[in-house]
Design a protein around this ligand. Structure first.
Ligand code: G3P
Length: 217
């Protein structure tokens, strides 16, 4: 499973650059950075080798297409993020015909994901955390989307999004999701573990008990 960082922070991307396969952003994350949008996205695309999703803000198909073309000109690894609306999917159909990759976002139902795949989306982003926040089951949605895509041989990739904790990442991987995108704080926890730190501390303390003459370093 690929690991994407869900952020627009260059500092966070820089720190985890060697460990991540791509980046997803959204208008909320971009707003936090206080930078001109296109300039920021272009920098992120330069920093990351894999796909970088940047979202349109227009609500009508023509407006989305105009913004999508502007975004797509920024870099070869740019993926246009488009909401799961009728207007959005009309834009996805058009962009997919032109070879511009798309990520259909704000996906909360299997039928939205089915229509997104039929429109030619490269990626779909089910928001598992926001579903769980409302006492739903975000992972159940991911499982259903994956099964539907398998049934019909769609090559649209599933990005498990709105990840809140590392259990979401484990469950996404167990289900065979293609990608999980997560905030920096969650990505850090994929490796950090207090028992690893404690164990290392103890090993190094015990190592001091080996006489200096017996230690090669
Ligand atoms: O980028 C889309 C998604 O990951 C947002 O997550 O935490 O705002 O629900 P969240």
């Amino acid at each position: 499973m690929k690991i994407f960082l869900d952020t627009a922070s260059l500092r966070e991307i820089e720190e985890l650059r060697g460990f991540i396969d791509g980046v997803t952003t959204n208008p909320t994350l971009v707003a936090k950075e206080g930078r001109p949008f296109l300039e920021l996205v272009e920098e992120i695309c330069r920093l990351v080798e894999g796909p970088v999703s940047a979202e349109v803000t227009a609500l009508d198909t023509a407006g989305m297409l105009a913004q999508a073309r502007q975004l797509a000109r920024l870099a070869d690894n740019l993926v246009v993020k488009i909401p799961a609306t009728w207007e959005g999917l009309a834009a996805v159909r058009e962009l997919s015909g032109q070879g511009i990759p798309t990520n259909v976002t704000l996906v909360f139902s299997p039928t939205q994901a089915l229509l997104a795949a039929k429109a030619g989306a490269s990626y779909v982003s089910p928001f598992v955390g926001r579903i769980d926040d409302r006492a739903g089951d975000g992972m159940e949605l991911v499982a259903e989307i994956l099964e539907i895509y398998r049934n019909y041989g769609f090559d649209t990739q599933v990005i498990v999004a709105s990840v809140r904790h590392i259990r979401h990442v484990v469950e996404a991987a167990l289900l065979g999701a293609h990608i999980a995108t997560m905030p920096y704080q969650v990505a850090k926890k994929l490796l950090d573990h207090p028992l690893t730190d404690l164990g290392l501390e103890r090993f190094l303390a015990d190592w001091k008990g080996v006489p200096p003459a017996h230690r090669p370093w």
